[in-house]
Write a protein that binds this ligand. Structure first.
Ligand code: ZN
Length: 423
């Protein structure tokens, strides 16, 4: 598939996440869904050996239905494993079992995933749900940044994980204000104040460093720290070397922000935009900012809603197509069973349902039943459509404010146009 080669990171993530969501929604009647994780270095014949043992032990399962379903699942996995001489580069995850479908129907389904990262565990489990945690962990953001905002009175720290700002905690100081009390000598007051400031910076440095260093896979994932605050506090804090040396050497920059409480964290990320420009989050945020700006200008260059976007794509007017990674819709090609009537429809896929559960109705021309000819994920379909007019496509995640607005307020489909079209 040619498109697959062009798939960027955001896209692969979207596909992977969607597959996991689908598996997560699936349930078996009894403990009859099999999860099998095979690491890259595991011999396939060891796995088939264990599966054959498990098959034999099914005789102990009391419920006849469960026993039959587990045996069918194991047979199905065994027949699929025949195609593998060895475990793939990152290993494989197999999910197989009799799934409860909408209504009273059930279906034996097998999904094999070659994960984006190496699997480091071997697992065979039979349960009423699939075990997905090891794969879900791979969806966690790979790059993280530390955030600190501070002045002499208060400080706050947290993480930037992908698009998401995670506030962690803060501290306030006992540094006295600039006004000394009567009777205190200026020199003594100044000295006490310096000591208190130093203590506060030390506390902030230690606590923030401890939080950052405790992060899983720190050395691979922790890309740097951003420090915000008024001048000269942040400069003082940097120059004093209050952070652990591993954190200190990862300081990306100092940025002016007005707030030094939790509200300062988004302000800091905003101020650091240029320094972070290579990051996906900033790219997505910048595109959403541009869209919202065009929308406010009301100049006809911001379009949204599926119908409007399709019109604009047809005209070749779309410069950037914005699609929410939260979209769970399919584009259906429908045709009449007996005449030449064809139609296209967009439908939402509810959790646990498939397009088989959608009532297609009858042909408006000859009243014969309509049948499904083709189903395409709407992101795939619109991307293909956009490629034809060389529009750029951006998949926007919903874990930052503007990204979630794309989904909630604009239906997850929007565009910045090359020229105004009136659609
Ligand atoms: Zn017809």
């Amino acid at each position: 598939m040619a498109e697959a080669l062009k798939m960027d990171e955001a896209r692969k993530r979207y596909e992977f996440k969607k597959t996991l969501e689908k598996l997560e929604s699936q349930e078996g009647d009894g403990t009859e869904l099999i999860t099998l994780y095979i690491p890259p270095d595991k011999q396939i014949y060891d796995v088939t050996g264990q599966l054959k043992d498990e098959y034999g032990q099914c005789a102990n399962i009391k419920s006849k239905q469960t026993r039959t379903n587990v045996q069918s699942a194991i047979s199905s996995i065994l027949s699929r494993l025949k195609y593998y001489k060895k475990s793939p580069e990152h290993g494989m995850a197999v999910f197989c079992g009799t799934i409860k479908l909408y209504g009273d129907r059930t279906d034996l389904q097998c999904t094999i995933i070659e994960p984006p990262e190496p699997l480091n565990l071997y697992m065979y489990r039979c349960s009423s749900k699939f075990e997905l945690d090891p794969l879900k962990q791979m969806l966690e953001e790979k790059s993280i940044y530390g955030l600190i905002v501070l002045d002499r009175r208060e400080a706050y720290w947290g993480f930037l994980r992908g698009n998401r700002i995670e506030p962690i905690g803060g501290a306030t100081s006992t540094v006295p204000g600039k006004q000394r009390k009567g009777g205190q000598s200026a020199a003594r007051f100044g000295r006490l104040r310096e000591i208190a400031i130093n203590e506060f910076y030390t506390k902030v440095g230690e606590r923030a460093s401890a939080i950052f260093l405790a992060e899983k896979d720190f050395f691979e994932r922790f890309k740097g720290v951003l420090i915000g605050g008024p001048s000269p506090t942040k400069e003082e804090f940097e120059a004093g070397g209050y952070l652990n040396h591993e954190i200190q050497k990862r300081i990306i920059g100092l940025f002016d922000v007005a707030y030094t409480n939790e509200d300062g964290l988004p302000e800091l990320v905003d101020a650091a935009k240029d320094a972070l420009s290579g990051m996906e989050v900033i790219k997505e945020k910048a595109i959403m900012d541009r869209f919202l700006k065009e929308l406010v200008k009301d100049n006809g260059l911001a379009a949204y809603g599926e119908e409007s976007i399709r019109k604009n794509l047809e005209l070749g007017a779309v410069d950037i197509l914005l699609l929410s990674s939260n979209l769970r819709k399919s584009r259906l090609k429908i045709k009449c069973q007996s005449c030449d009537y064809v139609d296209k429809r967009t439908v939402s896929i509810e959790t646990g349902k498939t397009t088989k559960d959608i009532e297609l109705g009858n042909c408006p021309k000859c009243t014969a039943p309509l049948v499904l000819e083709e189903e395409t994920d709407i992101v795939d379909e619109l991307t293909k459509f956009a490629d034809q007019s060389s529009a750029k496509v951006e998949l926007i995640s919903d874990d930052f404010e503007e990204g979630s607005i794309l989904f909630s307020a604009f239906g997850g489909i929007a565009a910045i146009l090359r020229y105004r079209t009136g659609y």
